[in-house]
Design a protein around this ligand. Sequence first.
Ligand SMILES: Cc1ncc(COP(=O)(O)O)c(C=O)c1O
Length: 442
Amino acid sequence: MPHHEPPLPIPALKIIPTEHYTSKFLSTAARHRTPSPIWGLFSVEDQPGMISMLAGKPNPATFPFEHITLGMRTPDRGALTTLTLSDGELESALQYGSTSGVPELVRWVAEMMRSVHVRGEGEGWRVSIGAGSQDLLYKALHALVDPGDTILVEGPTYPTVVPILDAIGCGYAVVDVDGEGISTEDLARVLEDWDTNKPFPRVLYTVPYGSNPAGMTATYSRRVEVLRLARKHDLLILEDDPYYFLYYGEPPRPPSYFSLEKMLGGEVGRVLRFDSFSKVLSAGFRLGWLTGPDALLASIERHSAVSVVQPNSLAQLIVLRLLKEWGLPGFIAHTARAADFYRARRDVLHAYLVKHLRGLAEWEPPTASMFFWLKLKLKVKVQVEGDSTAFIRDKAIARGVLLLPGATAFPDGRTTARVRLSFSLLSDEEMEEAVRRIAVAL
Ligand SMILES: Cc1ncc(COP(=O)(O)O)c(C=O)c1O
C-alpha cells in the first residue's frame, strides 16, 4: 500500500525526558500512586535461583482443568484447526501473571507495532497489555487529568469517555470536527485564545480512524497539523484507535500519530496510543494494549496492579498461540478481511439510507469502523437543528428502532439532531427495516 512521504530533511529524533511526564503530565492521583506491595516484587521472584514465598498464587494441582481445546479458522477463513493449551502453558493460562501482560505476547505486539507503525527500539516507548482499551483509557485519564483541568476532545467524541471525565470533574474544550478530522483552525483558536486564568489543557483525546461516533478518518495533512500544534503547545495526544485495522477507505491510509511523530522527525513521546483486540479477534476476551512512554505506562500499570491486577491470562495465551500460528502476515490478512466485511455492510446500509432517508437526513459514508453519523431533519425544533434524544425517546423506540442520541457525544451539554447508527450486526433485511422505521418515525 503506498505511503505518505514526509518532507525532507527529517530532523533527528529527540526523546522527551521522563522528568517532563512526571512534572508536567501526571495527575495528582498518579503522583501519589505507590506500587502494589506484592506485584512490585514480581521481577525479583523471576531472578534465577530464587525460592519465592512471596505471592498468594493458588496451586494449579487443585484446579479441575486438564486441557483447553479451541477450534479456529485460518486467516482466510479456510481450514478449521484446533489449538490446545496443556501442561506448562495451561498452568500459566490459569495462573496470575504480570500486570503488563504475558511477556511473550508483549514482545509479539511490540514487534507488530515496530512493523505496522514503522517505529524502532530505543525511541522511548514500550507496550503494555491491558484488560481492553476502555479500561486502559479509564486509567490513562485518571493518570493525566486532575479535577478542574480542561481536556481537549473532539466534538463529537467517543461517548463512553464522557462519564469517566465527568467523574474526574474536569472541564471540556470541545474542538470542531469535519469530514477530514479535527478542525485545526478551531484547535489553534482554542489554544491561542486560552483564558490564562484557567489551567492550560495538557491532553488532547482523539479517535483518528473511523471515529466513534462520526465514522470519520482524519487525513494525513490534518494529523500533521494537529501534531504540530501539540508540539507547539506541549500537549499529549491520546490516540484511541480500536478501528485502525478496520479502515476501508481509499489508499494510502494515513499514518497513526504514533507513526507520524517519527516520520516528521524531531520530538517523540507525545503520543499515548490505545489499541484493541476487541474489534478484530474477540470483544469478550477484554484485551487491548497501550503504546507509549514508560513513565505513563508505569503509572497506569500501578493502577491496574491494585484494581484488575492483570489482563486475563487465559485470553492472552489463546491470542498468543493464535498470533504465533498465523504470524504477522496472517494477522494482517485476517484484519483486512474483517475490514472488507464492514465495507460491504456499510455499502448495504448506505444503499438503504439513500432509498428511504433521502431528504430526511444527511450523512457521509464512513471510511472505517461500524457507524453512520446521521443528521436528522427533525420536524419539531427544540433548538436550532432539533433534538435527536427526544426523537429517539418519543418516536423511534415506539416504532421499534433504537439509535444512539448524538448528544451523548458532546460533553458540553448541547442538543443535536445527530444520531449514531451501528451496522455491524444487522442482516440486510434488518437494516432495511430499521431504516424504514426511522423514516416512518421522522
Ligand atoms: C473509540 C473506542 N475506544 C475504546 C473502545 C473500547 O474498546 P475495548 O473493547 O478494547 O475496551 C471502543 C469500543 O467500542 C471504542 O469505540
